[in-house]
Design a protein around this ligand. Structure first.
Ligand code: XMP
Length: 323
C-alpha cells in the first residue's frame, strides 16, 4: 500500500543499491523537486552526496537563504554555493529581448554548474559517478520514458580531467506526482516554504523585468514581490492561486503624486492566476480588499513605484509569465 513512509524506505534502499560507495552530485534550484530528490538521496547516502546551488541573483527575497540555511539545517546536506550574481548581471547587461535573456541565463547556468561539478570531481574521495535529478512521473511520460545519462564536457581548461565525463542519473521521484513529492518532502522534514512553494520559472526574476535586468531593478522587484506574497499568504489565498507573478515594467513610467510632490516611475503588474497544470489558466477573481492592501503597501514601501496594475488576461491568449 502507498504511504509516504513506504516510498521513502523503498527509494532509500534503491538509491543505496545504485550508488554503492561512489559519490553523487545534485543541483538545487530552490524548487520542490530538486529539494526533495536531494533530501532523499542525502538520507540514503549521506556525505557521498554533494549539492550545488548556483546563486544567479534572480531569486525572490529570502529564497537563497532558505536553501543555504533552512534546507541545509533540515537535511544536513553538504552544499556548495556558487555566488554568480555578478556574472549573470554582466551577461545580461543591455539585453531586453525575452528569448535572448532566457538563452543567456540558461547558458551561464550550465557553465557555472559544470565548473562546480569539475571542482567536486577533483576533490579527494570516491569516484563521482552519479547526477541526481528531480524528474517527476509527468516528465517521464512526456519525454518517452527512458532513463539516462548526462555528459559533462571539460571545456573549461581545467587540467587533468578526461574530455568527457558521463554521469549515471539518479531519479528517485520518477514514479511520483507533484502532490506526492510534496508529501514525501514533508515526511523528510523539509521546510514548509520549500515543500509548498508555487511554481517559479528557472530564469527567475530575469523574465519578470520587462526591459533590461539590472541590480536596482531586481532589488525593487524583489521588494514588491515579497509584499504581494506576504499579503496573499496572510489572506489564505496560496492554494486558490496557482501562482502570482509580480512583474516590473521597467521602461514604462507614469506620473504620480506621492508625499510632497510629483513622481515619475515604473508600474508593477500583479498576475494572479488559477490553473491545474499551467497549460491553461484563468486570472484569479481575488478579493478587492487584498488587492487594495497589496497596492497600498507596494506604493508606500517600494521607492519609485507609484502605480500597481492588475492583469486580467486568461491563458490563452496571454502566457502566465510576461516574457
Ligand atoms: P507560461 O508563461 O509559458 O508559463 O504560461 C507556464 C508555467 O511555466 C513556468 N515557466 C517556466 N518554468 N523555466 C521553468 O522552469 C522557464 O523558463 C519557465 N518559463 C515559464 C511559469 O512560471 C508557469 O508556471
Amino acid at each position: 500500500n502507498w504511504t509516504t513512509h513506504n516510498v521513502v524506505e523503498e527509494q532509500i534502499a534503491l538509491i543505496r543499491e545504485q550508488v554503492g560507495t561512489k559519490r553523487a552530485i545534485c543541483g538545487l534550484s530552490g524548487g520542490v523537486d530538486s529539494a526533495v530528490a536531494a533530501a532523499l538521496v542525502q538520507k540514503a547516502i549521506g556525505s557521498q552526496l554533494t549539492c550545488v546551488y548556483v546563486d544567479h541573483g534572480l531569486m525572490r527575497k529570502g529564497e537563497t537563504e532558505q536553501v543555504e540555511k533552512d534546507f541545509v539545517a533540515a537535511t544536513g546536506v553538504q552544499l556548495k554555493v556558487v555566488d554568480a550574481q555578478e556574472r549573470f548581471l554582466t551577461a545580461l547587461a543591455g539585453v531586453s529581448d525575452p528569448e535572448t535573456k532566457r538563452k543567456i541565463i540558461g547558458r551561464e547556468f550550465i557553465r557555472v554548474f559544470e565548473q562546480a561539478q569539475l571542482e567536486i570531481l577533483q576533490e579527494d574521495g570516491p569516484e563521482v559517478a552519479f547526477l541526481v535529478q528531480g524528474t517527476l512521473y509527468p516528465d517521464v511520460v512526456e519525454s518517452g520514458g527512458g532513463t539516462g545519462t548526462a555528459n559533462i564536457k571539460s571545456h573549461h581548461n581545467v587540467g587533468g580531467l578526461p574530455d568527457d565525463i558521463e554521469f549515471e542519473l539518479v531519479e528517485p521521484l520518477r514514479k511520483l506526482f507533484k502532490d506526492e513529492v510534496r508529501m514525501v518532502g514533508q515526511e523528510l522534514g523539509l521546510p514548509e516554504e520549500i515543500v509548498q512553494r508555487q511554481p517559479f520559472p528557472g530564469p527567475g526574476l530575469g523574465i519578470r523585468i520587462v526591459g533590461e535586468v539590472t541590480k536596482d531593478r531586481l532589488d525593487l522587484l524583489r521588494e514588491a514581490d515579497a509584499i504581494a506574497r506576504e499579503e496573499l499568504t496572510a489572506a489564505g489565498l496560496d492554494r486558490e492561486i496557482w501562482q502570482c507573478p509580480v512583474v516590473l515594467l521597467a521602461d514604462v513610467r507614469s506620473v504620480g503624486v506621492q508625499g510632497d510632490g510629483r513622481t515619475y516611475g515604473p508600474p508593477i503588474v500583479l498576475r494572479p492566476v488559477s490553473s491545474e497544470d499551467a497549460m491553461t489558466a484563468d486570472w484569479t477573481r481575488m478579493p478587492y480588499d487584498v488587492l487594495a492592501k497589496i497596492s497600498t503597501r507596494i506604493t508606500n514601501e517600494v521607492p519609485d513605484v507609484n502605480r500597481v496594475v492588475l492583469d486580467v488576461t486568461s491563458k490563452p491568449p496571454g502566457t502566465i509569465e510576461w516574457e
